[in-house]
Ligand binder design. Structure first.
Ligand code: G16
Length: 543
C-alpha cells in the first residue's frame, strides 16, 4: 500500500561539490532524508520500468536511509532496485553497476572522506544513467524541488534483509541484494594485466601495503589484491568497514594516513603504499621513500597508461580540475592529445568522458579515474600503478625521476584552513575578488603577478556555464596560487589555498616541496590576508 506523507521543506538541502552532506543528526530529523530522496525522484529522468541502484560506504546511518530509500522508490514506480549486500557499494562500484545494468540512476550514501558516527557526517548523492554524479542542472532542479516539497510517498512494509543476496518484493518493485564486489572486480580484471601483476606478487618483485582505513574498499581490496592477484594476506590493512571508520578520518592523505606514510619512509617499506577513502573513490600513492602528489600521479599514470591493456591504444584526452597542477597538461602536449581544465567536482568530467574527449581524468583532491566508470576510482589508480610497476620493473622513485626529467616538475601543495567562520571566509573571498583587477604587475618577493581572475567554465560538450569556481593568481615565472572555498564541508567554511611552482627539466628537480613553495606561501598571505580574516596563522591540513 502506498502512503502519502505530508511534509514541509527544509532549508539548505542544496547539493555541494558532491551531493548533500550534513551531520548525521540533521539527517535523522523526521522527513529530512525522505524529503531529499523524494525530491530526487520528482525531478530525475526515469522512464517507466526503471532500475535504481542504492549503496553506500557503510557509515553510521547507512542502513536506515537505505531502507527509507527502498520504500520511497517502490512508491515512486521504480521496477527494481539493486542494493549492495550489507548496504555496501563503493562509489566507483555503484557507477559501474548503474552502467552495467542499465539503471536510470543511483543513490550513493556517503560523506566520502568526512568522519562517520552518530556525531559525524552523512551524505546522499544522486548519479544519473551514465553512472556519473548528476550535473549542476539536475542538482539545481533537485534543490528547487526541496524548497517546495509538500509530500513524500512510501510503500509500507518490513525492512528487507540487506545481508542476504537475493530478491524480495516491496509493493510492485523488486528489491535485489547483489554482491557488491564481484562486478567491480571483474571489470578491473578486464582493464589491467592481472597475469603480469600476479607474477610480481608471486616472486616478491613488487610488494604493497593498502590501507582501506576501515572504510568501503576493504572487501574490494581483499578480493582483488589478496585473492585475485595473490599478494600475501595482511597486504590489506584496516580492511573491515566500520560505521565510524574506527574513529578515524577516512581521508587518504599524509595527515590521516600517517601510519602508512611512516611505513613508506622506513626501511621496511614495500614497493608501493596506497590508501583509499570512505567511499573508495580517492587514492593516496606513496612509493618507497617518495610521496607522489595526486597531481603528479595523474600525470604519471597518463604518461604510462599504454602499459595497461585497456589503454594500449592510447588516450583520447586528459582532463583535470582547475586547481590540479598542470603536470598532466605537459603529458597531453607530448602525447598530442587535448588537455581539459574543468571546475572542481567529478561531475564536470562526465560530458567529456561521454563524448570521447577524455580517457583519463584527475584532481588534486586525490581522485583519478578513467572512462571505465563515471566516478573517480581509488583502487583503479592503485591497480594502474601496480600494472606499470609490473611491466617496467622500475621502482616508484625511479619512475618519478624519469618523469620529471622528461616533463619538468610541478612542486605542489594544498593548504586547508578548516571550520572557519563562514562570514569571515566569504569576506576574504570578496576582498580577493575586489583586488583582482589591481594585482597584475604587482610583486610579492621574487614573484610578479602576470594575471588574476575568477575561474569560469563553459562545458565544451553541452555549453553549460559555471562561474565563480575559484580565484587564480598567475605569476610571470609560471607559478600559481588558487584560492577557493570547499564545497564538501559540514562545519563553517574551509578555505583551500593551492600552491604550484613549475621547474623545467633542466631545473631543480630534487628539492623539498615546502622550501620550493616558501615564496608562494608568503605571497598567498600577502594577497589574501588569511591571518587577518580568519585569525589563523597556519593551515590545519597540508596535503
Ligand atoms: C569531492 C568531489 C571532487 C572534489 C572534492 C573536493 O570529492 O567529487 O571532485 O575535488 O570533493 O571538493 P571541495 O574542494 O569542494 O571540498 P569526494 O571524494 O569528497 O566525493
Amino acid at each position: 500500500m502506498i502512503s502519502t506523507v505530508a511534509t514541509t521543506p527544509f532549508e539548505g538541502q542544496k547539493p555541494g561539490t558532491s551531493g548533500l552532506r550534513k551531520k548525521v543528526r540533521v539527517f535523522q530529523q523526521p522527513n529530512y532524508a525522505e524529503n531529499f530522496i523524494q525530491s530526487v525522484f520528482d525531478v530525475a529522468e526515469r522512464p517507466a520500468g526503471s532500475t535504481l541502484v542504492i549503496g553506500g560506504d557503510g557509515r553510521f546511518h547507512n542502513r536506515t536511509v537505505i531502507q527509507q530509500a527502498i520504500r520511497i522508490a517502490a512508491a515512486n514506480g521504480y521496477a527494481r532496485v539493486l542494493v549492495g549486500k550489507g548496504g555496501i557499494l563503493s562509489t566507483p562500484a555503484a557507477s559501474h553497476v548503474i552502467r552495467k545494468y542499465g539503471a536510470s540512476g543511483g543513490l550513493i550514501l556517503s560523506a566520502s572522506h568526512n568522519p562517520g558516527g552518530p556525531e559525524e557526517d552523512f551524505g546522499i548523492k544522486y548519479n544519473i544513467a551514465n553512472g556519473g554524479p548528476a550535473p549542476e542542472a539536475v542538482t539545481e532542479a533537485i534543490y528547487a524541488r526541496t524548497q517546495t516539497i509538500d509530500r513524500w510517498l512510501m510503500v509500507e512494509g518490513d525492512d528487507i534483509d540487506l545481508d542476504r543476496i537475493g530478491s524480495s518484493q516491496v509493493g510492485d518493485m523488486v528489491a535485489q541484494v547483489i554482491d557488491p564486489v564481484a562486478d567491480y572486480a571483474d571489470l578491473m580484471e578486464e582493464l589491467f594485466d592481472f597475469p603480469a601483476i600476479r607474477a610480481t606478487a608471486a616472486n616478491g618483485a613488487v610488494t604493497t601495503a593498502f590501507d582501506a582505513m576501515h572504510a568501503v574498499t576493504g572487501p574490494y581490496a581483499h578480493e582483488i589484491l589478496e585473492r585475485r592477484l595473490g599478494f600475501p594476506a595482511g597486504t590489506v590493512r584496516n580492511g573491515t568497514p566500520l560505521e565510524d571508520f574506527g574513529g578515524h578520518h577516512p581521508d587518504p592523505n599524509l595527515v590521516h594516513a600517517a601510519e602508512l606514510y611512516d611505513l613508506m619512509m622506513s626501511s621496511a617499506a614495500p614497493t608501493i603504499g596506497a590508501a583509499s577513502d570512505g567511499d573508495g573513490d580517492r587514492n593516496l600513492i606513496i612509493g618507497k621513500s617518495v610521496f607522489i602528489t595526486p597531481s603528479d600521479s595523474l600525470a604519471m599514470l597518463a604518461a604510462n597508461a599504454h602499459l595497461a591493456p585497456a589503454y594500449a591504444g592510447g588516450l583520447k584526452g586528459i582532463a583535470r580540475s582547475m586547481p590540479t597542477s598542470t603536470a598532466a597538461d605537459k603529458v597531453a602536449e607530448a602525447l598530442g592529445i587535448p588537455a581539459w581544465e574543468t571546475p572542481t567536482g567529478w561531475k564536470f568530467f562526465g560530458t567529456l568522458l561521454d563524448a570521447g574527449k577524455a580517457t583519463i581524468c584527475g584532481e588534486e583532491s586525490a581522485g583519478t579515474g578513467s572512462d571505465h566508470v563515471r566516478e573517480k576510482d581509488g583502487l583503479w589508480a592503485v591497480l594502474l600503478w601496480l600494472n606499470i610497476l609490473a611491466v617496467t620493473g622500475k621502482p616508484v622513485a625511479k619512475l618519478a625521476q624519469e618523469h620529471w626529467a622528461r616533463f619538468g616538475r610541478n612542486y605542489y601543495a594544498r593548504h586547508d584552513y578548516e571550520a572557519i567562520e563562514t562570514a569571515n571566509a566569504n569576506a576574504l573571498m570578496a576582498a580577493l575578488e575586489d583586488a583582482l583587477a589591481g594585482l597584475p604587475g604587482r610583486s610579492f618577493g621574487p614573484l610578479t603577478v602576470s594575471a588574476a581572475d575568477q575561474f569560469a567554465y563553459t562545458d565544451p560538450v553541452d555549453g553549460s556555464e559555471s562561474r565563480n569556481q575559484g580565484v587564480r593568481v598567475m605569476f610571470a615565472c609560471g607559478s600559481r596560487i588558487v584560492f577557493r572555498l570547499s564545497g564538501t564541508g559540514t562545519e563553517g567554511a574551509t578555505l583551500r589555498v593551492y600552491l604550484e611552482r613549475y621547474e623545467a627539466p633542466d631545473g631543480r628537480l630534487a628539492e623539498e616541496t615546502p622550501a620550493m613553495l616558501a615564496d608562494l606561501i608568503a605571497a598567498a598571505e600577502a594577497i589574501a590576508g588569511i591571518a587577518a580574516h580568519t585569525g589563523r596563522t597556519a593551515p590545519d591540513v597540508v596535503t
